[in-house]
Design a protein around this ligand. Structure first.
Ligand SMILES: C[C@H](O)[C@H](O)[C@H]1CNC2=NC(N)=NC(=O)C2=N1
Length: 98
């Protein structure tokens, strides 16, 4: 993806930030709620064949997404997964930006 295509997708996906060739977002959620959210995210990941890096702490969860198959570059699949994660976060009552 070009830098301008990435910027365009980021504008649609409020809350996600680009850090190098990864997009990342954190949510506030308690630990066990985070575990449940991860199970839900993992089900969707299996369906779409794309997977986030996930960092669960006691009061928050952070997702990082890049495409290793593309040499750790951002692709449309990263933004598609990010949008799915946003929907799941709402369903789990995760708070935007911990
Ligand atoms: C074979 C399998 O589809 C690939 O390894 C997929 C799985 N999930 C993936 N997830 C992410 N984030 N990047 C990939 O390149 C990727 N590749």
């Amino acid at each position: 993806m070009t830098d301008s295509a990435i910027e365009g997708r980021l504008l649609e996906l409020r809350g996600w930030s680009r850090v190098g060739d990864e997009i990342t977002r954190s949510f506030g959620i308690r630990y066990h709620g985070g575990v449940a959210m991860i199970v839900h995210v993992a089900d969707v990941e299996r369906l779409i064949g794309h997977h986030a890096d996930i960092d669960l702490r006691w009061d928050r969860i952070r997702f990082g997404i890049t495409t290793h198959d593309a040499g750790y570059k951002l692709t449309d699949a990263d933004f598609d997964l990010a949008a799915r994660i946003d929907q799941i976060a709402v369903a789990h009552g995760a708070e935007p930006e911990a």
